[in-house]
Design a protein around this ligand. Structure first.
Ligand code: ZN
Ligand code: ZN
Ligand code: ZN
Ligand code: ZN
Length: 114
């Protein structure tokens, strides 16, 4: 599995923004050297956001919720559509990523119903 991290410098310039789950602004990226937060120390990935209020973790690039899979699956997915996809700097616009996110949400919902 190859993961392209060349975009990290671009990502680091992005504002973290409010927590997608609870709306708190008590959020930060998970770069271990900039954070004392234990979750950031464990994850040590600048592409991951953490909410200190509700403990939500999510991908700062595609805004998918992350559980235990780091780095985010979108790195692998967009790696495969490279060339066909013109959204490398804003992968949330990539149709392959969008399809995957819709699929993940459907699967998550069906898991919750069981
Ligand atoms: Zn939160
Ligand atoms: Zn934190
Ligand atoms: Zn992602
Ligand atoms: Zn793509």
């Amino acid at each position: 599995m190859t993961v392209n991290y060349a975009k990290k410098a671009f990502i680091s310039a992005i504002m973290i923004g409010d927590c997608p789950k609870c709306g708190s602004n008590n959020t930060h990226d998970c770069d271990a050297k900039d954070n004392t937060c234990l979750t950031a120390q464990q994850i040590d990935d600048i592409c991951v956001g953490h909410c200190d209020d509700c403990d939500y973790t999510w991908c700062l690039e595609c805004e998918m919720e992350l559980y235990t899979t780091f780095p985010c699956k979108h790195w692998v997915i967009c790696d495969e559509c490279k060339g066909a996809c013109n959204f490398e700097n804003d992968i949330s616009k990539c149709s392959t990523i969008k399809e995957w996110q819709v699929q993940e949400k459907i699967e998550k919902k069906s898991r919750e119903r069981k």
